[in-house]
Design a protein around this ligand. Structure first.
Ligand SMILES: [Zn+2]
Length: 278
């Protein structure tokens, strides 16, 4: 074997994921669009606003959050219990906030919640340590890369772009993935109230319509991307690389033996629990 590159489920070389913040009523309109197009999304919630049974009109109700959590197209993740600045608090405050956020999110959804989006976006070494201590496995920033790489550090997961820039970047995303390259990820984030404020719901619908016409895109929640990419690292290889054991619960796909030629290499499947020879 002389090359081995991760490919997404069914050998796809592109994935898209979406991330929407604050758990607000306009999220329900986005969920309708997700249902219509079969696209997945992660919703990040601030749980302090539900603590006293007071569920204000500008936030989703617990029952609505639970319904979103039960939708197979959706993931609920943390976004700070009180939505504080995670780069501007001491460790104990942060640990307290994230643990309250996790506990409340898990109580509302009846699921394990290990994802996170930084309130307002900023982070530092203290916040990363606090998230790690709380077993948060990924954390999204608001720093748009305008690029399509998988994150180097899961606790500094920079998105591709805010949804405002998504349509113009989509064509670039659909450009060639060279055989020797890693697959592409387009990560779009925002707030659904922005579609109301800017009266531009057609923007996200256009993006979803365009994206779902393509066959080569894996639509996944943030957590599904994290789990697939991380578990892929557990593959076990023989010395020459030609025998591969998959000890995980995931079926994996990879592009092997690619060279500089555009259509070179072969996509292989490595089923969960099996050993294959290439
Ligand atoms: Zn927020």
């Amino acid at each position: 074997m002389y090359s081995f590159n991760l490919r997404f489920p069914n050998g796809k070389s592109r994935a898209m994921t979406f991330s929407y913040d604050d758990g607000i009523p306009a999220d329900l309109r986005l969920v309708e669009l997700l249902n219509k197009y079969g696209v997945k999304c992660t919703f990040n919630i601030n749980t302090a606003f539900y603590d006293d049974g007071n569920e204000p009109d500008n936030r989703l109700k617990k029952s609505q959050l639970k319904e979103i959590a039960e939708n197979p197209l959706c993931e609920i993740a943390c976004h700070g219990h009180t939505h504080p600045y995670y780069n501007a608090l001491p460790m104990a405050n942060l640990t307290n906030d994230i643990m309250k956020n996790r506990n409340a999110s898990e109580a509302i959804t009846d699921k394990i919640v290990r994802g996170f989006a930084y309130p307002y976006g900023p982070f530092n070494a203290t916040s990363e340590a606090a998230l790690k201590a709380a077993d948060i496995v990924y954390a999204r920033t608001t720093k748009s890369t305008k690029a399509f790489a998988l994150p180097e550090k899961w606790l500094e997961w920079h998105p591709t772009c805010h949804h405002n820039a998504s349509l113009e970047l989509f064509d670039e995303f659909m450009g060639n993935v060279k055989p020797w390259q890693a697959p592409k990820l387009m990560y779009v984030w925002g707030h659904t109230y922005e579609f109301d404020n800017n009266n531009n719901w057609e923007l996200i619908e256009q993006l979803l319509e365009k994206a779902t016409k393509e066959e080569g895109i894996w639509f996944a929640t943030n957590m599904e991307i994290y789990e697939y990419v991380e578990a892929f690292k557990e593959l076990v290889f023989s010395a020459d690389g030609n025998t591969i054991y998959n000890p995980t619960r995931f079926d994996f796909w990879a592009l092997v033996n690619a060279n500089w030629q555009p259509d070179s290499g072969k996509v292989i499947k490595i089923p969960a629990g099996e050993t294959i020879r290439i």
